[in-house]
Design a protein around this ligand. Structure first.
Ligand code: ARG
Length: 568
């Protein structure tokens, strides 16, 4: 597809002799069209060329010319402002979308590169909380975007399925299994058992010893203990998959912490051989002071047992060998910032520079829970499955109010309710805290998932009512000249850049906000112009734009994990 950045950079490159890649980085998109469609800030070259920005701008302007894509070039206070030929722009963009359809924006930039996205990673026998929902949605979006950009992408759910707490769970089961029917609401029951056994351990040292023994047996592959552990895991996964299936989230691997239980010795060996392991109060640690981290990383506790970090280190070693990753993303809450700092610092001694450089913590903020009508609570833990269902119910009420006899209402409500949650989660900058509120998330006119769906449905209904499907070759693109139309087309043009940015910054909110911008621009165009006019030619052009918007909205939303209804 046409690339204005290249066209402009090339012109300036020819005029100045400066490298095009460098120049293209400086090109900006001004906020208002009066300042051009693209602008080049000449102060960026002032040092190099030893001239004032104004003089540079005028010098360059003298040497370059307009063409079929750029119809006007102006100098304004040290900036070169470029105005595109809008009908050429419309033609290039709309034809490309028509040709590529749902593949518009796709790229092979990631070809031959391996990306691991580790996300969700809840803990067995513990609730799937709202933070886990956030990593699930962020990870799912990143996974889809990277795939779309041609990366070989591996999604890993690093289950928290290991640790001394399972020794306690086994003891609790031995004591009270006949009191709990684990087939019904297993996670809450297991939580109950866990709280209860912890209490008992505090009162009775002998029980604690029994728990420790259970864990030892589990580690050594004892059948009874392993079977029970499997059962806890199966019961938990069954619950987690209710959420994953609802959200259509998939993983390529469920290798969690336990998977690495027999792979930790090697970590210890390597660190030992490299002389990085030191004794401290009986424990084995790696000092990280020289890497600017004050807290050392514990590798083995005084009692010889491994910890969470050791398993993460074993995972890095394993993933480097198995997946030869270029990047390994960890979508994990910012409470674990220090943990990942330490683990990555130790990893420097374990794996090649290439892998070490690829380790990336995608750190996300807290989510404030809804208050009020949430029924099932355990402490302050909201049951996520119920949160999703409640949202779907609310969506259903709103839809019913708007459109009594909508077909497939339940299906639509599901899409709309989930879109509300997904968009609300993803539109917040990843590392920022976030508040969940139903009224905001479900507002059809706000900056929400349902608003994007509503806009999409509007494009669909225009398309249906138009009763024509003009061939793109018959469209007269010069008819799309209203400011709102041009703005919409320019937004469509930006789609691939937005996707690249989303991946580069690991920030789905960039794509989320883009979809709002595209929706708003289209709706402005729609509100100011009748689309289904009598003039056949004008109608064709406007329908072509309408259809392109629908197509890109659907693709973009799909990458975030949002599904589009055809009616709502
Ligand atoms: N299971 C952990 C939790 O729920 C998250 C695991 C994050 N991933 C990792 N590789 N440490 O808090």
């Amino acid at each position: 597809m046409i690339n204005y950045n290249n066209i402009i950079a090339k012109k300036i490159g020819e005029a100045t002799g400066i490298d095009i890649t460098e120049l293209s980085q400086y090109i900006e998109i001004p906020p208002q069209r009066e300042m051009g469609d693209f602008a080049f800030p000449c102060f960026k070259l002032a040092k190099q060329l030893k001239k004032s920005p104004v003089i540079i701008a005028n010098d360059i302007k003298e040497k370059i010319t307009t063409d079929e894509y750029i119809e006007k070039i102006e100098v304004k206070s040290g900036y070169l402002n470029f105005y595109v030929n809008t009908s050429k722009l419309a033609e290039e963009v709309l034809k490309e979308i028509d040709k590529q359809k749902e593949n518009y924006g796709k790229s092979d930039i990631g070809k031959g590169k391996n990306i691991i996205v580790e996300y969700s990673s809840p803990n067995i026998a513990k609730p799937f909380h709202i933070g886990h929902l956030r990593t699930t949605l962020i990870g799912n979006a990143l996974y889809r975007v990277y795939k779309f950009l041609g990366y070989n992408t591996v999604g890993i759910n690093h289950l928290g399925d290991y640790g001394t707490q399972f020794g306690k769970m086994i003891e609790a089961y031995k004591l009270w299994s006949d009191e709990y029917d684990l087939e019904d609401d297993p996670i809450n029951k297991m939580m109950d058992m866990y709280v209860r056994i912890n209490e008992l351990c505090k009162q009775d040292e002998k029980v604690l010893d029994a728990c420790r023994e259970n864990f030892r047996l589990l580690e050594n592959g004892d059948k009874y203990c392993t079977d029970l552990w499997e059962r806890f895991k199966d019961l938990s996964l069954k619950e987690f998959y209710k959420i994953y299936d609802l959200l259509d989230v998939k993983f390529d691997s469920l290798n969690g912490e336990a998977f690495y239980s027999d792979k930790m010795e090697e970590v210890v060996d390597i660190l030992e051989k490299k002389g990085k392991l030191v004794e401290s109060e009986g424990a084995k640690i790696v000092d990280l002071e020289d890497q600017g981290i004050n807290t050392p990383c514990i590798i083995k506790k005084a009692d010889g047992s491994s910890i969470y970090a050791t398993r993460d280190l074993a995972a890095i070693l394993y993933r480097a060998r198995t997946y030869d990753f270029d990047k390994c993303l960890y979508v994990v809450a910012y409470e674990q910032n220090l943990h990942f700092k330490q683990v990555f610092a130790v990893a420097k001694y374990l794996v090649d520079e290439k892998y070490h450089k690829g380790l990336t913590h995608v750190s996300y903020g807290m989510v404030a829970l809804p208050t009020g009508r949430m029924s099932t609570r355990l402490g302050n833990v909201v049951k996520i499955e119920e949160l999703l269902k409640e949202t779907i119910n609310r969506a259903n009420e709103i839809i019913t109010e708007k459109n009594q006899d909508l077909e497939d209402k339940d299906e639509v409500a599901k899409k709309v309710g989930l879109a509300a949650i997904i968009f609300n989660t993803l539109s917040t900058t990843t590392n920022k805290d976030q508040i969940f509120d139903w009224d905001t998330a479900l507002n059809f006119q706000g900056e929400t998932g349902p608003y994007i769906q509503y806009t999409y449905v509007r494009t669909k209904s225009v398309q249906d009512k138009s009763e024509i499907s003009p061939s793109i070759d018959e469209v007269d693109f010069s008819l799309l000249k209203e400011e709102t139309a041009v703005k919409t087309i320019k937004t469509l043009y930006n789609f691939s850049e937005i996707l690249l940015n989303t991946a580069e910054k690991n920030e789905p909110s960039i794509l989320a906000r883009y979809l709002i911008e595209l929706s708003q621009n289209y709706n402005n165009f729609y509100n100011e112009n009748k689309l289904l006019v009598d003039d056949e030619k004008l109608k064709n052009a406007r329908i072509a734009l309408n259809n392109s918007v629908g197509s890109v909205l659907k693709t973009g939303a799909g990458l975030l994990g949002i599904k589009m209804p055809n009616k709502m």
